[in-house]
Design a binder for this molecule. Structure first.
Ligand SMILES: [Zn+2]
Length: 187
């Protein structure tokens, strides 16, 4: 019982410490995805980040901006220019100091990857994965979880029922990236 209480307190303290962490995600071309699929995908991505105490605040490009976060990520929902356009890639993010902090998602490839019922869960995970690349600020992958370079067929089938999580290294890099963005916003 004592161990459970201690763990509970540690978790509560951790969540408190990170409660100020949020990211504005600005969606470009949201009508590229059916509204109910996009809504569910946003929920999936938001709950993956909520699991590590980070809040995603959604807005639409060109509309009133969501405020209050030191980090903002732009997400373009688009169609690939055919198989030669970044072959085999579902989405990509431009990372690095000079990068524009923008994610590009090939909606046509997400749709082709899984049956219709699983598209929202896959899109949510793709959003979480690419937003994380921006937050971490480096081009790296983990050997499991949300930041795995390629999810296996078994994982793809179960994304809706068993959402993937962040490995500890990704949690640390995300929080470090947000702290850095917060400090840069103050300067
Ligand atoms: Zn990646």
């Amino acid at each position: 019982m004592k161990a459970i209480l201690t763990l509970g307190m540690a978790l509560a303290a951790g969540i408190d410490a990170y409660s100020a962490e949020c990211v504005v995600v600005e969606l470009g071309n949201p009508t590229a995805v059916p509204p109910q699929v996009l809504l569910r995908a946003k929920d999936v991505a938001a709950s993956i980040f909520a699991g590590i105490g980070v809040e995603l605040r959604w807005s639409v490009k060109g509309h009133r901006k969501a405020a209050g976060c030191s980090m903002r990520v732009e997400v373009e929902l688009e169609t690939s220019d055919g198989p030669e356009d970044r072959p085999g890639v579902l989405a990509y993010a431009s990372v690095g100091i000079e990068a524009d902090k923008r994610v590009h998602v090939f909606v046509d490839r997400v749709n082709a990857m899984v049956p219709a019922l699983d598209r929202a869960a896959l899109l949510g995970h793709v959003l979480a994965h690419e937003i994380t690349h921006i937050l971490e600020g480096v081009a790296r992958h983990s050997d499991a979880g949300v930041m795995k370079a390629r999810w296996e067929a078994r994982e793809l089938r179960e994304l809706g029922r068993r959402p993937l999580r962040f490995q500890l290294v990704d949690q640390a890099l995300i929080h470090a990236g947000l702290i850095h963005a917060g400090l840069a916003a103050i300067e």
